[in-house]
Design a protein around this ligand. Structure first.
Ligand code: TMP
Length: 214
């Protein structure tokens, strides 16, 4: 897809690492630099995908892990076709709060607690869906890393827990392992950023990573 002239940056992290603040700070810097961008999120980001987001996050939803995975990729397909690809074609930057790496970490690692074969099968499904349905990977992914328990404490101080936030600590420890795996195996694209310290310090690390890699 070489007609995509915009740049595509995604953000990742477990609960409570400060993604929202970090993304808002980056968007402000892009604005100051006169760069046109679209700020979007997953699951969601397009009209239809936002409807699926409501279902996916609702604590009332009872679905199995395959249904969850397929709904997330259905949402992603709509989001890509209607928001991400058109923006990149128009030369805009796309700043996305979560993308395929969340599926790898949450569905591939988080949802596979019982045995290693289950984990391998879930990760293979995510990889296959990505290969089949994701035409464009991010140019850069910034993983905001904080010890899981610290993040959960921060997140706990916010609004009522959604379907994912209700998971136990060991779920998020597995998600964290998924991110570690990605940082190790895709170091060119997937960069770890320490989320410790003040919002200004994190914003500075992010701006440096963007300038070095995009
Ligand atoms: P948010 O809290 O960052 O808005 O994200 C919503 C939740 O959706 C979050 O708990 C992670 C989860 N999620 C997945 O499990 N898989 C995915 O592919 C995506 C994009 C999000």
């Amino acid at each position: 897809m070489n007609n995509l002239t915009g740049r595509f940056i995604s953000f990742e992290g477990t609960e409570g690492v400060g993604k929202t603040t970090a993304i808002n700070n980056l968007c402000q810097k892009l604005e100051d630099a006169g760069i046109e961008y679209v700020h979007t999120r997953e699951p969601g980001g397009s009209d239809f995908a936002e409807k699926l987001r409501d279902i996916l996050l609702s604590p009332a939803t009872q679905i199995n892990e395959d249904t969850e995975l397929l709904l997330i990729f259905a949402a992603r397909s709509d989001h890509l076709a209607n928001v991400i690809l058109p923006a990149l074609k128009a030369g805009k930057w796309v700043i996305c709060d979560r993308f395929v790496d969340s599926s790898f970490a949450y569905q591939g690692f988080g949802r596979s607690s019982d045995n290693e074969n289950h984990a391998i099968a879930m990760q293979a499904k995510v990889k296959q869906l990505t290969a089949d349905f994701v035409e464009k990977m991010p140019d850069l992914t910034l993983w905001l890393d904080l010890p899981v328990k610290e993040g959960i404490e921060r997140a706990g101080k916010r609004s009522a827990a959604d379907r994912f936030e209700q998971e136990a600590v060991d779920f998020f420890e597995r998600v964290h392992q998924g991110y570690q795996y990605l940082a190790k195996n895709e170091p060119e694209r997937f960069k770890r950023i320490s989320a410790s310290g003040t919002a200004e310090q994190v914003a500075k690390r992010i701006w440096q990573a963007v300038n070095e890699n995009v």
